[in-house]
Design a protein around this ligand. Structure first.
Ligand SMILES: Nc1ncnc2c1ncn2[C@@H]1O[C@H](COP(=O)(O)OP(=O)(O)OP(=O)(O)O)[C@@H](O)[C@H]1O
Ligand SMILES: [Mg+2]
Length: 275
């Protein structure tokens, strides 16, 4: 099955626009909320009953690391602030939210993620798998969804709408920033800033290309025993223009990247909320 890329990109672009312009859309009926506690970004997404984005907010943070809460108080504070911001835009109170964890997260860590959301006064409707969230937005039922986030790369293989295999490997945007910092002999923060400078994308990409090749070889290893004919990449660290080309060259499987890859998982969490 192939996805309707144009429709999906329009959908994601509308959410990105709301976040960037800090605006809310008019809506009818009940709202669904998603909270993505990522390693690099915390994102709160709100959609209406039909799944249309109505508001959102995000905050760069390092309070959660690969699904592990490392700064509980800080995390709660940020979710509260995002909630307040979005409530002001919508002129309503949000009461429930879904949240997500990387595949393989268990027991206490899963509970800690829910506790953060609950402490921000959002009753947790359900906790889902990050790849499932991304696959819902993309309408993917078969293929591999690869989420290249801040700290890790999550690989999920779907068949007939079911996730049949998952893996999480410790490589992501943080490693790219380290390589950039090393190359220019600057601090991590400076390397990270350089990495995100749109004016220097080409130059930066030539430096981090080996990291992307390495990521691709990891994905190749995890997908080789399955019948995968398309790879969908999401996550902030896949933002580089040439990212999917490197994957295709290295793996030999068609690789598709939607618009605003870092907003896919957050939107999918709201879409999967049970209330
Ligand atoms: N325009 C961009 N160009 C390059 N890298 C980017 C860009 N925007 C974001 N990133 C990188 O993407 C990473 C964050 O992506 P994302 O928000 O998907 O991660 P996360 O969900 O917070 O982390 P994880 O899923 O690993 O817990 C960071 O390393 C950030 O530097
Ligand atoms: Mg993530």
């Amino acid at each position: 099955m192939s996805i309707d890329a144009e429709k999906i990109n329009n959908y994601i672009n509308s959410f990105a626009k709301l976040i960037n312009e800090q605006q809310a859309k008019k809506y009818n009926g009940d709202l669904k909320v998603g909270v993505d506690l990522g390693t690099a970004n915390i994102v709160l997404s709100v959609i209406d009953e039909e799944g249309n984005p109505v508001a959102g907010a995000s905050y760069p943070a390092s309070v959660v690391k690969d699904g592990l809460v490392v700064d509980y108080v800080g995390a709660v504070k940020i979710v509260k602030e995002l909630k307040n911001r979005v409530e002001d835009l919508l002129d309503t109170t949000l009461t429930h939210a879904a949240t997500a964890v990387p595949p393989g997260t268990i027991g206490g860590n899963m509970k800690a993620i829910s506790n953060v959301v609950e402490a921000a006064e959002l009753e947790v409707t359900n906790v889902i798998d990050e790849p499932t969230a991304a696959a819902t937005v993309l309408g993917v039922t078969d293929g591999a969804v690869v989420d290249v986030g801040g700290g890790t790369t999550g690989i999920s293989i779907l068949k007939n709408g079911e996730v049949i295999y998952t893996a999480d490997e410790p490589t992501g945007g943080t490693h790219m920033s380290l390589v950039v910092a090393g190359h220019y002999k600057v601090s991590f923060a400076e390397g990270d800033a350089l990495k995100m400078d749109p004016a220097r994308q080409g130059e930066v990409f030539s430096i981090i290309k080996p990291v992307v090749e390495k990521m691709a070889s990891i994905v190749k290893r995890h997908t080789r025993d399955f019948d995968v004919d398309k790879i969908y990449v999401v996550g902030g660290a896949s933002c580089f223009d040439e990212f999917e080309d490197v994957f295709f060259k290295e793996i030999g499987i068609e690789t598709i990247k939607p618009a605003h890859p870092l907003l896919i998982t957050p939107l999918g969490i709201a879409l999967n909320s049970l209330k």
